[in-house]
Design a binder for this molecule. Structure first.
Ligand code: BEZ
Length: 212
């Protein structure tokens, strides 16, 4: 069954390059990114894993744990990780699930029913500290993902989890935010002491409250 935003991320236990992982225990009170890619020893995936390894400090800064997955055995992951280090200049520094029995891929619907090769596609699940799914993305095998975009989304998710705000198109950390429609002007003045601009009654912006 398809997973939807707001669902609890199904728990599982599976082998990984960093030992056996149980998702909920692994996440603890952190945010999480669970992402799949089609197969080991493939070119786009090699660049994706190198990119995530390079961005790991950015995920850590945001209290996010990353967890990759492909439906290959641990022995392949270990051999491939040497190639990743050699070609991408960054060693694999986060766990990669060895989902050869497709247990997690099936649980998370990462293999489209009409897939010709029975491989996972590029799925992403962002999971909150409450273990609820906050974002899902599905890319085809031929298109590598933009992981800076995931960091941008995490910034928005973390901001809007704390404040009655939303973020506009192309928003980046520190840019002005949008006051959600359920907040009236009187409440907005109290909640956002930096003030707000009313462009239309339904379109009100305020500085990012975390900006110093
Ligand atoms: C890749 O990761 O390079 C890839 C995997 C499956 C199909 C096409 C590209």
């Amino acid at each position: 069954m398809a997973l939807n935003l707001g669902d609890t991320a199904p728990d599982f236990t599976q082998e990984s390059t960093q030992g056996s992982i149980s998702l909920h225990h692994f996440l603890g009170s952190s945010w999480g990114v669970l992402f799949s890619h089609p197969a080991d020893f493939t070119p786009v995936c090699t660049t994706e894993l190198g990119t995530v390894a390079r961005l790991k400090p950015e995920f850590e800064k945001r209290n996010v744990k990353v967890l990759g997955l492909s439906v290959d055995p641990l022995s392949d992951h270990e051999a491939w990780s040497k190639d990743i280090e050699e070609t991408q200049g960054t060693a694999l520094n986060f766990p990669l699930l060895a989902d050869a029995d497709r247990r997690v891929a099936t649980l998370y619907d990462m293999i489209p029913p009409n897939a010709e090769n029975n491989l996972t596609v590029r799925s992403v699940f962002i999971i909150g500290p409450d273990k609820k799914i906050k974002l899902t993305l599905t890319y085809p095998a031929s298109t590598g993902r933009n992981f800076d975009e995931l960091l941008r989304v995490i910034d928005s998710l973390q901001l809007t989890a704390e404040h009655k705000l939303a973020t506009p198109a192309d928003w980046k950390n520190g840019d002005d935010c949008i006051i959600v429609p359920s907040v009236n002007n009187e409440e907005a003045s109290k909640l956002f002491p930096k003030g707000y601009k009313e462009i239309k009654p339904y379109l009100r912006t305020t500085p990012d409250p975390r900006r110093v």
